[in-house]
Every structure is written in structure tokens, then in C-alpha cells.
Ligand binder design. Sequence first.
Ligand code: COM
Length: 500
Amino acid sequence: MANDEYDAIWFGGGAAGRFGAAFHKALGGRPLIVEEHHLGGECHVCRCAFENFFSDQASMAELMRLYSGKSWYPKIDLSHISAAKAAELYRKVGQRAFADTMKHQTEKQLGIEVVWGKGKIIDKNAVEVNGKIYRGKNLVIGTGSRPTMPDIPGIDLPGVMTYRGHPEMKTDPKKMVIMGGGKIGIGKAAMFAPFNIEVTVLEKYTCLPKWDRDIRNFIFRDFKRRGIKIYEGIDVKEIKGKEKVESVVAKFNGETMEFPCDAVMVSIGLTPNSEPAIPLGVKIGKGNEIMIDEGCRTNVPGVYAVGDAAGPPYFMAIARKRGMIAAKNIAGEDAKMDYSFVPDHIYVPPLEATSVGLTEAEAREKYGDVVLIQVPWGPKPKDPKPEEYYPGFENQGLPVCGRIHTLNLLFYGQNRNGLVKAIVDPKSRKYVGFHSVGDGAKTAFQYLSYLLKIGWTVDQMANLHEVFLNAEHFVQLSRLVAGQKELKGFAGQVYSEDDF
Ligand code: COM
């Protein structure tokens, strides 16, 4: 029997299980992945990879509309624009391409054993798949999460979907209500609107509550200009319709409001898929998550939980790193998760927003006075003129450059090409937060999060080599002020609250 025993059975081959098993094997262990559908979990089906693809499609649509017939651009006929067609392309090509690549990389390139089929956990050392029992010294649960669904009438009506249904869409809605203004909901709003879909976001509390005020304001100001409606403090009571969705009914300021629509996107949160682990006696938290310690261990010796199944933060890097930490501990190390300085990111096509560390408000609370290194700053011109130099242009600050179109966004007078903001504690001269809305800055944030962690200073930043023009500008902007004995930075409020 000993030869048949794996060092660990990785129950679920999503981001956490796949990376964990790979790390485990690299450390000299013998892992087995049990996977029912495809390796890589929901990422390439309907989450990260799909959103990357779809937000590119939405950016194209939005930019075509913006440039059509202007300057040297031809008039572009947008009457056949279709979100459903974009989704179809991904379904037919993208999902398969990613699934095959994940399989090839895992099984062929890395040589990891995978048993395909629906697994049943027998006990902490045995999993049954297709009638066969597989034995392991350890068990790692990586069963992911699912969309949280509100218990309201009409939730099962055709036309109600979640992020899972997005790549499955076959027709183009005309009016969509998005329930929930968190990261998923706000991203979806920005992705659907360019396809001639009238989008309304209904958020029970506050949209993007954890984001820096200036970044939120930038996004919502842009939404307003694009006709995307946002209601905060609104409570959805019912989804109405006979055969399919026809409207959403909600309470707002004590009044009942009805929003006609032919599609509803539910994005009120995620629920961990902890159920398969319950018979093992693992502790389950209030949010349905499998409770783990810093080493991804559950309360049952030899049973670990990784990825979304272990609860927030729901972020690819955390899922994969939980897999890595579990692998190390199975291999006999004493490794711990580090949840500090985890970046956050949203696609808001044609731009993207990225953030790490403290917001300005949090930094002021912790450090008192803080220094802002930020562009653009100052009052924004109300009515920017396309293709013209206009008074107030200087208040755009430096243009934020990512990919080709970000300068275009500035020169077409849309006043929307981006915003970068670094927050510094003037006493220690250390950064405490970085925030950006622009294009292409997310790559830099992988490294900025590490620089924050090691206590990087303005003076050290000034010594880096920027590859100019770049999407985030933190190097050159820091160098402009780093000579000051008493750090002042670029100060200034970007938008006042009534700007959006
Ligand atoms: C990416 C999924 S599509 S994974 O994290 O590489 O497994």
C-alpha cells in the first residue's frame, strides 16, 4: 500500500491547488491533484483571464466610439457591436486554449499526476474518484468559491446572471442592472457599457469602500460622463418578470423604485465552497470559509485549505501563495502566509485601477500629516475640448502613459487619461501607499508592493531608472521632490465631491 500513498492529495486543481501541487513536487514530494473539470479553476473560464480578455474588448469598443470620425480616424460603424459575440469568441477559443495549456503545463511539463473526475472525500487520508480510492498522507482542500446569491424573489428568473454566466451570454441585453458595487460589479459595469448596454449599479452600502477617495472619484466621474448610473444606499427587494427579467425593485431613501431591465448581474460577494470538507470536522467560519492558521492548516491535523475555500482576500496571488505555503508545510517547513501589502486591481476599461498599501484617509489617521506625490492635481477643467489646447489643460498634470491610447484620451479632451498617487510619511520619507488609475500600471504594482514592505523611501526611488514614458510615473515624480530636506511633495485635492 505504501507505494500507492501520495504525500498529499490536492482536492481541486484551481490556482491554489495547481500551484501548491507544483511547489510540492518541486520540493521533492509526491502530490496528486483531483480535478473534476479543468486545471486553473475559474480563472480562465470566467474570472481573471476572461476578464482580462473581455475588458480588452470593451476598451476597443469604447475607444472606437471615442475616436470615430475624429482627427484622422475614419467613421466607425458601431451598430454591430456585440458583447455576446465577444463572449462567444472567448468561449470557443479562449476557454479551450487556456484549459489545454493548463493541462499540458501541469501534466506534461511539470509531470504532476492528475486524476480526472468528481472526487469524494472518504476521510482525511482517502479520496474516491471514479470508484477508485486514492490515499494521501495529507489532504489539501482547494475547492474555490461561488457567487453569493441574495434570497429575494425572482433571483432564478432567466436573465439573472453572475460572473459565471458572463462568458455564457448568447444575446446582448439593452438594459442591465448590476447588483453590488464592489470590485466585480464596478468592473462589469465598465465592461458592459461600451457595448451600447445601459448600465445601472445598485449598491446597498458604498461602492469600492476600501479604495482611495481620489481613485474612486476618478472612476465614478468617468462613469457619470459615460452614462453609467450608480445608486449607493439602495436595497434591492425583488427581481420582477414573467418569462424572464423585466425589472428590479428596490428601496431608496424610503421610496420604492423600479428599474426596467432585460438583464441582471448579481455581484454581491463570494461564498467559499467549504462543504466537501465539513465531514472531516474542519472548523467553518461565519462566511462559510474553512478556517486556517497562518500556515494554511485547518484544525484537523494533516488537512490544509487553500485559495478561496479558505476565505478572503479573494485574489489570485493569495490563492497561489496559500498553495505554496501549504506545500512547504507539508514538506516539513514552518511557512506562514504574509497578507501585508497585497495589491488590488480592477479593470475599468478603457483603463484599470490598481492600489497597494494605505489610502490617503488611512495614512492621515495613522501618520497625521502625509505627503502626496500625485498627478494630475488641482481643480479639473469642467468642459475639456477635444483636439484643442484649452485653458485648464495644465491641470491635467502629466499625462499618464500606458499603452498607446492613454495620451489619446488626454488629447481628445476626455479628461480621463489617469491619475497616479503615492502617499509618503514625511518623517521617515517612506511610502505608505500607491494608487493608480491608468493603463498598464499593474505590472509595476507587483514590485511596488514589495518596496512598500521593505520600507522603500523617496530617496531610494529617486535613484531607480525609469523607462520613460511609463504608466505610473512614481520614479520621476519622486525624484522631483526628493532633494527637499523637508519633504513637501505635490499636494492638492484632485476632485471635490460634487465633481461627480
Ligand atoms: C490561470 C490559472 S488561468 S492558474 O492559477 O495558473 O492555475
